[in-house]
Design a protein around this ligand. Structure first.
Ligand code: CO8
Length: 297
């Protein structure tokens, strides 16, 4: 595999086919520990060239937590679909039953190195910019739990269909002793408005599907087996609209929020690494990880 080129992001190099970016490769660039076996297939892309609809499934059992590898793969997948002129829409879903995504991999934030934290955060920024800024019609098929970063991905789509039942969705960061970044906040504000966002973010609120529907966090709630058919049905409406007019409208609605992050990506990544490295934050994260494990036993 070619050595990484200076001055060009790994994502860009991968897109140009110069490198295959795995966590291991980033690991070689920055000293840190690896948490998972890197490799392809954690983001499955199924492109239907007849309909122009791609289905992108997160596939990182047990809970689709988003680590550096997954975020890098996701960013590349989105960039490729955006460049594919035969593709008009994308459904974001999960290959893991019962889970949309558990959000960011907490182990990427716990006892990590500043260099790894920055690399991880850049991968998240790029994946999110690709999703929120996508020219495609994007729909989230939420067939399971969707906390934190999972909720961010869902909110960044144009439309959300969620399975009724025991699953929950929301930005729960404050419960971990961390703070949702300004761009998570911006996306939520644009989705559910100021008052609901204030409550949701301060409380780290997790909503049932019906509660999420009532505040506009999701657009439709249906039985689990109906999620995909409902998404497909809704897509038909969206795909009736001429792409050019829809894309210009979407861009105009989202540009301000996208530009806010674009203009301060490095500052934001550095802030994340500094914040996460604080003793008090590490202590909170450690306690949260322990509580997840305790809940299980
Ligand atoms: N990261 C890493 N590991 C996780 C995560 C995660 N986000 N979520 C769960 N796991 C692990 C569990 O610890 C468990 O590990 P093990 O098998 O080794 O004990 C395994 O995955 C399975 O988890 P559960 O048994 O809990 O699975 P369930 O199906 O019962 O529940 C849930 C699934 C509901 C998703 C549950 O696991 C859960 O609530 N997880 C926590 C989700 C969460 O709080 N995510 C927040 C991540 S932070 C984020 O996305 C934004 C951060 C922004 C940072 C800004 C700072 C400036």
């Amino acid at each position: 595999m070619a050595a990484p080129m200076k001055g060009m992001s790994l994502l860009r190099q991968a897109y140009l086919g110069l490198v295959r970016p795995t966590g291991a490769q980033v690991c070689r660039q920055v000293p840190h520990r690896c948490y998972s076996t890197p490799g392809a297939g954690q983001v499955q892309v199924d492109m239907n060239s007849e309909t122009g609809v791609a289905t992108v499934r997160l596939n990182r059992p047990p809970v689709n937590s988003l680590n550096l590898d997954v975020l890098t793969e996701l960013g590349i997948a989105l960039e490729k679909l955006d460049a594919d002129r035969t593709c008009r829409a994308m459904v974001l879903a999960s290959a893991v039953p019962g889970i949309f995504s558990a959000g960011l991999d907490i182990l990427e934030m716990y006892q990590s190195t500043p260099e790894r934290c920055v690399a991880f955060w850049r991968a998240l920024q790029d994946a999110w910019l690709g999703l929120y800024g996508s020219r495609l019609v994007t729909m989230a098929a939420i067939e399971g739990h969707s906390p934190a970063g999972g909720c961010l991905l869902a909110m960044s789509c144009d439309y959300r269909v969620m399975a009724d039942g025991k699953f929950q969705i929301g930005l729960n960061e404050t419960r971990l002793g961390i703070v949702a970044p300004f761009w998570f906040e911006d996306v939520m504000l644009n989705t559910i408005g100021h008052r609901e966002t204030e409550k949701a973010l301060q409380l780290g609120a997790m909503y049932s599907a019906q509660q999420a529907l009532s505040i506009g966090l999701v657009d439709k709630v249906v039985p689990l087996a109906e999620v995909m058919p409902t998404v497909q049905g809704e897509l038909k409406n969206w795909l009736q609209i001429p792409d050019a007019a829809r894309v210009i409208t979407k861009t105009s609605m989202r540009k301000q929020v996208l530009d806010r992050l674009r203009s301060q990506k490095e500052k934001d990544a550095q802030f994340f690494a500094d914040f996460i490295g604080r003793d008090s934050v590490q202590k909170s994260l450690g306690a949260y990880i322990a509580s997840l494990q305790k809940r299980k036993s």
